[in-house]
Design a binder for this molecule. Structure first.
Ligand SMILES: *Cc1c(COP(=O)(O)O)cnc(C)c1O
Length: 364
């Protein structure tokens, strides 16, 4: 690995994770969620790797159009993170992009818009997240309008679960039951499950599953629930690396970095590494956050700077300037770094800056 700050993306791991998803939900179609630049892994390369997915979900219209332009022929779903005007609806219809429809006003816009071919929609019910989605009281009316609208083609019924990663509550089971009951007379395809639900709630699988994080080899469950899915063999796809820029020895009582957030208790060997929050390494990473050097763990000491971090390498042997440090990856789970930085894996992966080159290891 060359000594520059970069994110290595293992495409074989991505395919293996997709196969694991298929094993967990063999009767469901897979809408692979690749929003936010495929969780930081690179939109087009990831879509072109997941060839056996049945569809791809993104948030930005630009992402959806870029996927079509790159030759993706599967279903593409625009998740409801943006406001769609009539012009956008026309573009979606022309490019066969499915549109998540989460309110009566949005349904009205779609029905008013003159399109050349029918638009496929995913009608969203709010089963408790209270973020997007139609209220139960509006659901029957929305379904009726959608079915009557000549501009609307395929209708898929969906919801998004608020607690699928938390196994200590009955909230998810309740939401699944409510969703099924609201739709028990409909002969339309249904979709509920994100990664955590795919792993823990078989009765949420239905016609379409929507895996995101697990495709990238990261466990979506809260640390407390993880022991339950030790058997799950997900392979982390991203390995983030950076080079050692300098090595020095400091004496007992000397501090490191801004405001000397860490002060040595004994003579300590410090390595300065070329990655910081401007690359997406979390500023909140605390003293003791692990990194890997030649397979050995070493702790972060001192505050994370814009372009650098400092590591205590006193316990590591044969470390030199120019050597490669791994910030997370196959042998150092990003979940663990997230805990040390009081954040979540999703936030770490999607924060990797554009300036960090993604290096793709082609499928073996
Ligand atoms: C992001 C997203 C997903 C994927 O969630 P993961 O937890 O990453 O599996 C699924 N459905 C919707 C509506 C989403 O916004």
């Amino acid at each position: 690995m060359a000594p520059i700050t970069q994110a290595h993306i293992n495409l074989t791991a991505m395919q293996a994770n997709l196969a694991t998803v298929k094993q967990l939900a063999p009767h469901s179609q897979i809408m692979a969620v690749i929003k936010a630049n495929a969780y930081g892994h690179g939109l087009i390369p990831i879509a072109q790797t997941l060839t056996t997915a049945d569809g791809f979900a993104v948030v930005e219209l630009e992402e959806a159009l870029a996927l079509r332009a790159s030759g993706i022929t599967q279903r593409i779903l625009l998740l409801g993170g943006t406001v769609l005007d009539e012009n956008a609806v026309v573009q979606c219809a022309n490019q066969s992009i499915d549109v998540l429809t989460h309110s009566l006003s949005m349904l009205a816009i779609i029905c008013q818009t003159k399109v050349n071919k029918p638009l496929a929609i995913w009608l969203k019910l709010d089963t408790g997240m209270h973020r997007l989605g139609l209220h139960y009281d509006e659901w029957d009316q929305a379904l009726k309008q959608a079915k009557q609208c000549p501009h609307i083609g395929t209708i898929t019924l969906m919801t998004h679960l608020s607690h699928a990663d938390d196994l200590t509550r009955s909230t998810t089971q309740h939401a699944i039951t409510q969703f099924m009951q609201a739709n028990d007379k409909q002969a339309l395809p249904m979709s509920m499950a994100n990664s955590a639900a795919i792993i823990h709630y078989r009765n949420s699988h239905a016609d379409w599953i929507r895996p995101g994080l697990m495709l990238y080899g990261v466990n979506p469950c809260s640390p407390g629930s993880r022991t339950l899915n030790r058997g799950l063999s997900l392979q982390p796809a991203m390995t983030l690396t950076a080079p050692i820029l300098a090595i020095r020895t400091i004496q007992a009582g000397e501090g490191v970095g801004y405001n000397h957030r860490w002060i040595s208790r004994k003579k300590t060997k410090i390595a300065t590494v070329g990655i910081g929050y401007s690359h997406g390494y979390p500023h909140t990473a605390s003293n003791g956050t692990p990194v890997l050097i030649h397979g050995q763990r070493a702790p972060l000491v001192g505050a994370v700077s814009m372009d650098m971090i400092t590591i205590d390498i006193s316990q590591c042997s044969a470390v030199q300037v120019g050597d490669t440090v791994t910030l997370w990856g196959e042998k150092l789970p990003v979940e663990e770094i997230a805990q040390h930085a009081q954040t979540i894996s999703y936030a770490l992966l999607t924060a990797i800056a554009d300036k960090v080159p993604r290096i793709y290891e082609p499928v073996a």
